[in-house]
Design a protein around this ligand. Structure first.
Ligand code: HEM
Length: 401
């Protein structure tokens, strides 16, 4: 069903999945990656995000904030993984087919969940409908990612010395490919394509979708926005009329209320709206339902975030406070109650990275700008595996600083 992911982490099991996980964790958990992450994010904020917001603010023009946030996460994940900045976040907001392709791919993959297999397979064979879009998205990705990989490989060959954090992903996955003896991974190029494509899918639209809903929820709950602004000023020691320019991971930890607001956003709008599992054998669920290896069990994360039995009577209120413990830290909720980052062994590997990215983007925008929604009554979720805003989030931007 998910053949577009090839031999990447989402699509494999057992030893190969374990090796993918180990390899990716070893890079993302390294202190040098954290430094690279901070540097990259702030570079993209200063050279990409702020110039665009400033330009739209000056011209008083309407902007699709979801599109801008998708470009923000696309440029950052590509730079971090492949040391290449595609600069989709340029002032003229260029149309880049591969940058837009993931939306079509996620849309088609959700369609496969709800359509009889013989039907989507026929559509695939005939190259029509959503299947046609999936094929086109796949081609667009490949046209982007293969040259990126080759360029990075060449860079690796011609560099006499490379710092630990530079090209770390490429070096680690080439080593992993060479070590793997238990089955066919295809050529090195296809293996690298699969690996990077999975990570790009994992880390891009998830983070931008969460940020987009966050700004919608703030517009609906202005008192929360005021509290976040206050927290930024106090915790980061930045004056009302001063630009917010840089804070590091340690400083970002002090933004507890902002963290709570982001978690609350993911409770209402988990970027991955559902998950599906097949039992290994015949079993009976705690609800009494009998299941077999042929039963597809859909876990509706979106619905779970709004259930009174899980979250109490105020479950439909946007309350960052519910995430703050009596001692003023972040309250832990078990992942089986709050599965926005999945639960069990396949828990998201990029959670910490996502929070750093989201806090940098959110704090920069909240402190430096006012965001006003245009036609807020038209906002609804898109039908896709990734919970984006249908038709984008149209806003006007006003400068505060
Ligand atoms: C708000 C942002 C994010 C959310 C809500 C999120 C959520 C999730 C969820 C629900 C899964 C499980 C998917 C499944 O198996 O069906 C997952 C897996 C994964 N995520 Fe994230 N994610 C986010 C950001 C990121 C980022 C920035 C990265 C970095 C590349 C990342 C890397 C991964 C990886 C590698 C997996 C696969 C883990 C495995 O199968 O062992 N995620 N994420």
């Amino acid at each position: 069903m998910f053949e577009i992911f090839g031999n990447g982490i989402f699509n494999v099991d057992h030893e190969l999945w374990e090796l993918h996980r180990k390899t990716t964790m070893s890079i993302m958990g390294h202190a040098k990656f954290q430094t690279l992450l901070e540097r990259t994010m702030w570079d993209i904020v200063e050279k990409g995000l702020r110039p665009i917001l400033d330009a739209f603010a000056e011209q008083g023009k309407t902007l699709d904030l979801q599109d801008v946030l998708q470009r923000f996460t696309f440029d950052s994940i590509t730079k971090l993984l492949l040391d290449h900045d595609p600069r989709s976040l340029s002032i003229d907001l260029p149309y880049l087919p591969y940058e837009k392709a993931s939306g079509d791919a996620f849309d088609a993959l959700l369609y496969r969940y709800i359509t009889p297999e013989c039907l989507w397979k026929l559509q695939k064979w005939l190259r029509i409908g959503k299947e046609k879009k999936l094929i086109q998205a796949w081609e667009a990705f490949d046209q982007f990612i293969y040259p990126c990989i080759s360029r990075t490989q060449e860079e690796l060959m011609h560099k006499s010395t490379i710092k630990d954090e530079e090209l770390a992903f490429l070096t680690a996955y080439i080593k992993m490919y060479n070590q793997w003896k238990d089955g066919d991974l295809g050529t090195l190029q296809t293996f690298l394509r699969d690996t990077f494509l999975n990570l790009m899918f994992a880390g891009r639209d998830t983070t931008s979708a969460a940020l987009t809903w966050f700004f919608w929820l703030l517009a609906e709950n202005p008192a929360v926005e005021t509290k976040i602004r206050e927290e930024i000023r106090q915790q980061l020691h930045v004056k009302e009329d001063e630009n917010l320019k840089f804070f590091n991971k340690e400083e970002s930890r002090k933004l507890i209320y902002l963290h709570g607001a982001l978690l609350e956003t993911l409770r209402f709008f988990p970027s991955v709206s559902l998950e599906n599992k097949y039992p290994l054998g015949h079993d009976i669920l705690p609800t009494g339902h009998r299941v077999s290896p042929k039963t597809r069990i859909i876990l509706p994360f979106y619905t779970m975030g709004r259930m009174e039995t899980l979250w109490g009577k105020d479950c439909l209120e946007f309350k960052p406070e519910r995430w703050i413990s009596e001692r003023g830290g972040i309250k832990h909720e078990p992942s089986f109650k709050f599965p926005a980052f999945n639960a069990g062994p396949r828990t998201c590997l990029g959670k910490e990275m996502a929070f750093i990215q989201m806090k940098i983007a959110a704090a920069t925008i909240i402190h430096n700008y006012n965001i006003q929604l245009v036609e807020p009554e038209n906002i609804s979720p898109a039908t896709s595996i990734i919970m984006q805003v249908k038709n984008g989030l149209m806003v006007k931007v006003l400068k505060r600083v």
